[in-house]
Design a protein around this ligand. Structure first.
Ligand code: NDP
Length: 283
């Protein structure tokens, strides 16, 4: 056996705008905490270079990698297979090297689900979700697979929401309906869970959601995907109405925990990862 070992196991991320992505800080903090000789490399990869980046990861024996904007759909053609929810969504944010085969998973929705189920089980619940972009798609599919009673997708543009509603109705058992966002949307009585999966609140914690606040009732669980800042106006408003609230850091931390479990086989301590993010975003 060699006296020294100067190599590390490698994972990382391919995206554009990678300098704004905090995942590397969160995951490397966890590697240090757990004493693993692993590195997470945050890479700036333009669309025309994605195929080469995946080939490079294969050549170097990377254990896996995350994908962020704009690669979550485009990466699929370069992979060897897909997990169940990634196949339904048609989007991959986490690739896992399983015995030399690159398998695409989607941990965004799973991370959201984990942070939600720490507070409430979505099974049998009527759910209202604002937004129909990538995050909403991942969350909607996981909520449906977890047995949601119904999903109401409220979105500004019908064009983006229609394919999501169609996908939920065709590929899951949860009935989904589309509401084009009206002024002062009233959350229907009987709703158990309300999710903001839009980018409203990102970078500006004071931007409100156009919702009739009186329709938010104590007993509802209200979740937001925004991490910067995590304490959004929507969550503050919902809390003032007596709702239980869940911030976006839980989703980010848990998708990280699920990703590193896929890569290393180990259960990481979420509190170390959350502390690192709180240090960054001042939560
Ligand atoms: P997309 O660009 O794919 O979708 C954005 C969504 O927000 C669309 O539904 C869009 O509506 C809606 N939207 C944006 N601005 C407005 C507005 N002013 N009024 C009404 N609706 C609006 O983004 P993603 O789904 O990828 O990301 C959404 C947010 O989720 C981001 O802030 C991202 O940072 C966060 N996120 C958090 C994660 C976490 O781990 N916490 C993980 C992934 C994402 P329309 O279709 O009409 O344009």
């Amino acid at each position: 056996m060699a006296k020294w070992d100067f190599t590390s196991e490698l994972v990382g991320s391919f995206s554009e705008g990678s300098n704004g992505n905090p995942t590397v800080a969160m995951i490397e903090a966890a590697f240090r905490h757990h004493g693993l000789k692993w590195r997470y490399i945050n890479c700036e990869v333009p669309p025309g270079r994605l195929a080469d980046a995946v080939k490079g990861a294969r050549a170097m024996g990377w254990k896996g990698f995350n994908l962020s904007i704009p690669h979550k759909v485009a990466v699929i053609q370069h992979l060897d297979g897909l997990g169940e929810s990634a196949a339904i969504m048609g989007a991959v944010n986490c690739v896992v090297n399983r015995g030399g085969k690159l398998i695409g998973e989607n941990t965004d929705g799973k991370g959201f689900l984990k942070s939600l189920t720490e507070v409430v089980d979505p099974k049998g619940k009527a759910i209202v979700m604002f937004g129909a972009g990538g995050a909403a798609r991942a969350i909607g599919v996981e909520l449906a697979l977890a047995g949601a009673k119904s999903l109401t997708i409220v979105n500004r543009s019908a064009g983006r929401a229609e394919p999501l509603v169609k996908l939920l109705n065709e590929k899951t058992k949860a009935p989904a309906t589309l509401v084009v966002w009206p002024t002062h949307y009233r959350v229907p009585e009987g709703t158990g869970i309300v999710v903001n999966a839009t980018s409203i609140g990102l970078g500006d914690g004071n931007e409100p959601l156009d919702v009739d606040l009186a329709s938010l009732k104590p007993g509802m669980v209200v979740a937001d995907v925004i991490v910067d800042p995590p304490d959004t106006r929507f969550l503050r408003d919902a809390k003032a109405q007596g709702c239980t609230v869940i911030d976006g850091l839980g989703m980010l931390v848990n998708q990280g925990v699920i990703g590193v479990k896929y890569w290393t086989g180990l259960d990481f301590d979420p509190s170390v990862m959350r502390r690192e993010l709180e240090g960054i975003f001042g939560a």
